[in-house]
Design a protein around this ligand. Structure first.
Ligand code: 0SG
Length: 209
């Protein structure tokens, strides 16, 4: 069984509202995945993602009935914070978290689609770079882009990465990629729905850190 399918994302309802409690429960399993990646450079990323999740959960727990969907949180903060919003609270945390989730989506999709560097077929740098350029690069100044280049050098080999996704078991590449494709179905719909919500509510910012 794939690590990803231990905690799969659920199908969204017809209105594509994302249930906060379910989302937080599912996404909270992602940071532990960094432990299988080997290098300490990933601990920076793990702690950033953990920080986002903790911040969203703290808001949710103040009033779970009121904040039943992610959109309810973002709208409540918009109404409460005036000009400070959207650079505030759970709205800011989810803005960044969704970018990390998009990065993961593009990386996994690229691997599932068989995109690879024909000269270095056991490296996943082309897949990681694609994900970075599409999901994160424009939000990063040169210092963070340098952290990315360090992380890229520490990236696991393709075979080790797929093995980590399969909980260290020797699984055929095609079987592992089939699990990745299955995971991506609801995951992609969820990430797309959060992006759409940010666009509709005019909650997206494009400053770089
Ligand atoms: C196979 C592995 C490949 C890994 C390749 C890694 C590529 C990514 C490398 C990027 C390194 C990023 C390190 C951290 C960067 C952070 O500075 C940024 C901005 O962080 C936000 O800053 C915080 O997240 C916010 O936190 S909040 O919850 O309190 O709201 C907030 O602090 C904000 C600044 O606030 S403000 O000044 O606006 O007031 N974070 C990112 O760019 C997200 C990085 C996600 C990377 C996801 C990588 C996943 C790899 C998965 C591998 C399977």
């Amino acid at each position: 069984m794939s690590l990803l399918l231990d905690n799969p994302f659920q199908e969204l309802p017809p209105d594509r509202a994302v249930d906060t409690d379910l989302f937080l429960e599912t996404v909270s399993h992602i940071p532990s995945f960094f432990d299988c990646l080997g290098s300490t450079v990933f601990s920076v990323i793990k702690s950033d993602i953990n920080g986002n999740i903790t911040k969203i959960r703290a808001v949710y727990l103040k009033d779970p009935a009121k904040y039943v969907t992610l959109q309810a949180i973002v709208e409540a903060e918009r109404d409460a914070h005036g000009a400070q919003w959207p650079k505030v609270g759970a709205t800011l945390a989810l803005m960044w978290l969704k970018r990390g989730l998009r990065f993961i989506q593009i990386l996994l999709q690229s691997l599932a689609d068989g995109e690879r560097d024909e000269n270095n077929p056991n490296l996943i740098r082309v897949n990681i770079t694609k994900a970075y350029e599409q999901a994160l690069k424009k939000y990063h100044g040169w210092i963070v882009q340098k952290i990315f280049r360090t992380a890229l050098l520490a990236a696991p080999y393709r075979s080790n990465f797929l093995k980590a996704l399969s909980r260290g078991e020797e699984v055929k590449e095609e079987d592992c990629l089939a699990n990745v494709r299955q995971f991506l179905v609801n995951y992609t719909v969820t990430v797309d729905a959060i992006y759409e919500m940010y666009t509709n509510l005019n909650a997206e910012l494009d400053y770089a850190v």
